[in-house]
Ligand binder design. Structure first.
Ligand code: DGL
Length: 276
């Protein structure tokens, strides 16, 4: 049987944290990464725009590439787009939403920190998650307006403004949280820095591995057995709707995701993409 084709979608480079988990659990998959960086950050855009762009770009990607599963590796998009994307497409869709439920299960003191974009922190979907799974916990929310931009710049070689980041994390210290949910897929990329800044936090929750497990499960339901998922391929294509970010090739190598081809201004440049 052929290798499974997985499309991983985000507004920028954050979804690479999820792509890395998928790569480790499903090394035989053909991965295509699509970043809508022409519209980055999604947290600053109206919900309707995020939803419309995400549905339209995924549909366009499918015209140029086979896709067996699409992973929306963006909390900001997933918290608004999943129902319409599932209606618009006949392939399985995996979303990433803040891992409030596992956090409530792990926290020893019932104090949880949620670090996310300001948009995710305000979503009705988040309130539902908290009231359903963490009603008996204190959930301290920090919706940081700049952290995704800082991380994009850091991937391109800039330093992180650690003093400002540390100040932004003060509410977690004040609330004595023992568990922090990384509610944005950019944040696991700087987990080491976050751990240094919040040494008392015991549990750091990143949904990447759970998303990869869910993807394995959906592929198995679709008939992709272990022989097709366990050996071979790599990240095949990386498409950016805007400019290719500076230094991305080196960064992909560094995180174990070397790409066969990196394309900017997709889909205008789609004709240059080799369909596999
Ligand atoms: N990686 C996205 C997320 O998980 C970034 C958000 C944005 O573009 O604002 O939310």
């Amino acid at each position: 049987m052929r290798a499974p084709e997985i499309l991983v979608f985000d507004s920028g480079v954050g979804g690479l944290s999820v792509a890395g988990c998928i790569r480790r659990q499903i090394p035989g998959a053909h991965l295509t990464y699509l970043a809508d960086n022409a519209c980055f950050p999604y947290g600053d855009q109206p919900e309707e725009l995020v939803s419309a762009r995400c549905v339209s770009l995924v549909q366009q990607a499918r015209r140029y590439h086979p896709v067996d599963v699409v992973v929306i590796a963006c909390n900001t998009a997933s918290t608004v787009v999943l129902p319409s994307l599932r209606t618009a497409t006949d392939i399985p869709v995996v979303g990433v939403v803040p891992a409030i439920k596992p956090a409530a299960g792990l926290s020893q003191n019932g104090r949880i920190g949620l670090l996310a974009t300001p948009a995710t922190v305000k979503r009705a979907y988040l309130e539902q998650l908290v009231s359903e799974f963490a009603a008996d916990c204190i959930v301290e929310r920090v919706g940081h307006p700049d952290l995704v931009r800082w991380i994009e710049a850091w991937v391109a070689g800039a330093s992180l403004p650690e003093a400002q980041l540390s100040a932004a994390l003060e509410p977690f210290k004040a609330a004595s949280v023992d568990t922090v949910v990384l509610g944005c897929t950019h944040y696991p990329l700087i987990l080491d820095t976050l751990k240094n800044l919040l040494p008392d936090v015991r549990y750091w929750i990143d949904s990447g591995e759970a998303i990869a497990r869910r993807t394995v499960h959906l592929l198995a339901e679709d008939g992709f057995g272990s022989e097709t998922v366990l050996s071979g391929a790599a990240l095949q294509e990386v498409w950016f709707t805007g400019e290719v970010p500076t230094g991305i090739e080196g960064y992909l190598e560094k995180v174990g995701l070397p790409a066969a081809r990196i394309v900017g201004h997709w889909p205008e440049t789609k004709s240059s993409v080799v369909v596999g």
